[in-house]
Design a protein around this ligand. Structure first.
Ligand SMILES: NC(=O)c1ccc[n+]([C@@H]2O[C@H](COP(=O)([O-])OP(=O)(O)OC[C@H]3O[C@@H](n4cnc5c(N)ncnc54)[C@H](OP(=O)(O)O)[C@@H]3O)[C@@H](O)[C@H]2O)c1
Length: 245
């Protein structure tokens, strides 16, 4: 029976992905630093013990993230071990528009894709737009009497929708980079702030900002958007209703 490993299985994307795979009858092992039921404990920043941790695994869905620079090292360690172990399929999550957006975090995502492609492990790369939770966080972290809202358009997606796509890809053959996915609706951040205010009961007004710099220019130009109909079905408003009801 084939065995599938999900790294970062306890993360916001890892949980629904693991659940979707298990619901489809797939034998899934998780991997996180803390381990736990159904998961092996391993820190992907460490090579020692990684070959043993992925022994007998046919497919890896790589979702573990420190949300920082160490993600590059983790990708290098994982792909090296996966190549040695003869893993048949690596599924990698990535982010829409990373090549056009000059942000360090995004440059690291480009490097992670490059490392994975160069490893020779057969793979599938799925880029997705921002998660609903990220947009929520952009508003929630601000503590001033007003909320600064960038003049971007965004097309956020629910982690459950990304998870459904990853589960489908993981049980299929490696496809290289597949079409980017986005949420069902494209909105201005001003619209999303209005929805957020309604859901949270916040009365803080939006202050629209247009910032200089190449990062903001890339977003202004829509580098973070996916043309055509969105893949996801859950809107930002539905996400907010579930979270704040
Ligand atoms: N947020 C967005 O809008 C967005 C959009 C598109 C793609 N993505 C990508 O989606 C991926 C998943 O993000 P997420 O929000 O689900 O992350 P998350 O909620 O922060 O979860 C991270 C997961 O990785 C594990 N982990 C962290 N450090 C580790 C290490 N050193 N070794 C092994 N496991 C480790 C964590 O478990 P432990 O702490 O127990 O180790 C946890 O299970 C990321 O690559 C992110 O860039 C995000």
């Amino acid at each position: 029976m084939s065995k599938l490993l999900v790294t970062g299985s306890t993360g916001q994307l890892g949980r629904p992905t693991t659940a979707a795979l298990r619901a489809a009858g797939v034998d899934v092992l998780g991997l996180t630093r803390s381990g736990g039921p159904g998961a092996v404990a391993h820190d992907l920043r460490t090579r020692r013990g990684l070959d043993e941790a992925i022994q007998g695994v046919d497919t890896i869905v790589h979702l573990a993230s420190t949300n920082g620079r160490q993600d590059v090292e983790m990708a290098r360690n994982l792909t090296d071990s996966a190549r040695r172990a003869g893993v048949a399929h690596l599924v990698l999550i990535s982010i829409v528009g990373i090549d056009e957006t000059p942000l360090r975090f995004y440059r690291d995502r480009v490097e992670i894709e490059r490392i994975a492609l160069a490893s020779g492990v057969p793979l599938t790369i799925q880029r997705a737009t921002q998660f609903h939770s990220l947009i929520d966080m952009i508003f929630s972290v601000q503590k001033l009497p007003m909320i600064f809202v960038p003049r971007w358009r965004v097309q956020p997606i629910a982690v459950e929708d990304v998870a459904r796509r990853l589960a489908e890809l993981a049980v299929g053959a490696p496809q290289g980079r597949v079409d980017d996915i986005s949420g069902p609706e494209q909105h201005s951040m001003r619209d999303l702030h209005t929805f957020w205010k309604q859901a949270t009961g916040s009365r803080r007004p939006a202050v629209m900002v247009h910032l200089p710099g190449r990062f903001f220019a890339a977003y202004d130009a829509g580098a973070n958007l996916v043309p055509g109909p969105g893949y996801g079905t859950k809107t930002f408003e539905s996400y907010l209703q579930e979270k704040y009801r």
